[in-house]
Write a protein that binds this ligand. Structure first.
Ligand SMILES: Nc1ncnc2c1ncn2[C@@H]1O[C@H](COP(=O)(O)OP(=O)(O)OP(=O)(O)O)[C@@H](O)[C@H]1O
Ligand SMILES: [Mg+2]
Length: 496
């Protein structure tokens, strides 16, 4: 290791925000041709370091060296010029521009002319193919699924001819086959001598992919290991103790149907049948584009459907709007929390009780007290890392923002929870806590319908799995037949 000089080196980097020290005297070296995983709980300071290396934040103290020379990065363009490309945790694409325009945004110069158009389109096709995306470069970004958008961000970073690529939670909306494509690309980049930083809460993936890891806790480096493959050791570094990766099961499923969807059809759905009873956690598995999200949206009243029937607690239910569905007892946590779930300018408390004002106000004078209790409990049980209940949600780390959305629904009286990708970007400790809360919720008679691309999570969590393919439910798998192979086979329709 000593014979290779680091491409980027952090020395004693410190960054403070009001009430938090997000980076504390951090020193890390990033070597060419190596994958370096940055790990740590939600709010540990990973994205803060990414933003410092990419010129978005200026550190309060310490030095950044490129090729052994100290540099000052005044803006992202300074980092880009030195060969840094970032796939940020939150998407940074421009919705109203095309795929091709997003790929080359800010990197076009005068050649974005009619003469170069063809060659750029060809280049766009190559980049898209590299991440396994088969789409027309003229498509507008807003028409792409979250997964396709994520792959596009990755394609854009690859296309920057960078020497240093940072992936901050790149797999959040990718299914296993898409992850494989990404990992193949990362290996190729690595073989070309590019230095890679990989940030993920999927510790198995992070360890499989990385040559070395650095673990952060409360902004400080608590461990640096080379060639470590043991997840439990990383967990101990991250949270100071080990976890049994358990999925508690105190609930007992009933036959009391809360939701019954039959033959649902719409422009994106092709015949879906699902039922969820009180006390049950049902997972929907399927590839990206299989219609999983569309199903949840239709049930919640965000999209229309053409035919079929939704029955809620025994009575036919025609969802009119999310408000109507919420009143009927549903909660919905969407995949794109940043866009649909949160008001970034409001505080943590306000976001937790958002849309919940009425039931709390009903108790008149007690409401403020009750509200404070609900908020404190959510912050505590989901371990939301925030300096106060008033802190603006927009300044929380990515994972902590997601916890706020989950906390909002778990802390109120819903009978049916629809959750799209519940734990992507959420750290191991909070994940275990969340599984426990979900089991409590079901044990108390709640019904859950969960879309997840994480098959380990599906296998651990589900009482039954409904597999979707091409907009239709194609298989229902009970506990006895539930294993990875059966799920993947049904998802991909590979002949048995
Ligand atoms: N712009 C900001 N203003 C105020 N506080 C901030 C800001 N950015 C980050 N923080 C705080 O710094 C700490 C570290 O946040 P950071 O986003 O680096 O965490 P992270 O390790 O990336 O977490 P996650 O896994 O949830 O993405 C958090 O407490 C966060 O609230
Ligand atoms: Mg982050």
């Amino acid at each position: 290791m000593t014979d290779v000089a680091p491409f980027v080196e952090l020395r004693g980097i410190t960054k403070r925000f009001p009430g938090v020290t997000a980076a504390r005297d951090v020193s890390i070296s990033f070597l060419p041709g190596k994958v370096h995983a940055l790990l740590g709980e939600n709010g540990a300071g990973k994205s803060t370091l990414v933003k410092i290396i990419s010129g978005i934040y200026t550190p309060d103290d310490g030095q950044i060296l490129f090729d052994g020379h100290p540099v000052r990065l005044h803006a992202p363009v300074d980092a880009e010029r030195r060969g840094v490309a970032v796939v940020h945790q939150h998407r940074t694409l421009v919705n109203d521009l095309s795929v091709a325009e997003n790929l080359f945004l800010g990197h076009l110069g005068p050649e974005w002319s009619i003469f170069r158009r063809d060659s750029l389109i060809r280049r766009a096709h190559d980049l898209l193919a590299a991440v396994g995306l088969d789409l027309d470069p003229a498509t507008l970004v807003k028409d792409l699924s979250p997964a396709a958008q994520q792959l596009l961000e990755i394609a854009r970073a690859i296309g920057r001819e960078a020497r240093f690529i940072i992936f901050d939670e790149p797999t959040t909306s990718l299914t296993p086959p898409e992850c494989e494509v990404l990992f193949g690309q990362i290996r190729r980049l690595q073989a070309r001598g590019i230095a890679i930083v990989y940030i993920s809460h999927d510790l198995e993936h992070a360890l499989a992919l990385s040559d070395e890891i650095t673990v952060l806790r409360d902004g400080a480096v608590v461990a640096h290991e080379v060639g470590l493959k043991d997840v439990q050791i990383v967990v101990r570094h991250m949270i100071g103790r080990t976890l049994d990766a358990g999925y508690p099961r105190t609930r007992t499923a009933s036959n009391d149907e809360v939701l019954h969807v039959s033959s649902l059809r719409s422009s994106r759905l092709n015949g879906v049948d699902v039922r969820v009873c009180r006390g049950e956690i049902i997972c929907i598995a399927g590839l990206v584009g299989s219609g999983r999200t569309e199903l949840l949206r239709a049930v919640f009243g965000l999209d229309n459907f053409d035919s079929g029937k939704i029955t809620l607690k025994g009575a036919e239910f025609t969802p009119q709007s999310p408000r109507h569905s919420i009143r009927a007892g549903m909660g919905f946590v969407s995949e794109d929390r940043k866009q649909q779930g949160l008001v970034l300018d409001l505080g943590v408390a306000a976001n937790l009780i958002l849309g919940n004002e009425r039931p709390l106000v009903r108790f008149g004078i007690l409401s403020a007290e009750r509200e404070r209790k609900v908020v404190q409990q959510a912050i505590k049980s989901l371990r939301i890392k925030t300096s106060s209940a008033k802190t603006k949600v927009g300044t929380l780390s990515g994972g902590n923002q997601q916890k706020v959305v989950l906390g909002r629904w778990l802390s109120r009286s819903t009978e049916l929870l629809l959750i799209d990708e519940p734990t992507v970007g959420i750290d191991v400790g909070a994940r275990a806590e969340f599984y426990r809360l979900l089991d409590d919720y079901a044990a108390a008679g709640g019904a859950c319908l969960i879309v997840s691309s994480d098959l380990t999570e599906v296998l651990g969590l589900a009482d039954r799995v409904v597999v979707m393919r091409d907009g239709a439910s194609v298989a229902e798998i009970g506990k006895t037949d539930m294993n990875r192979e059966n799920l993947l086979r049904a998802m991909t329709a590979v002949a048995a």
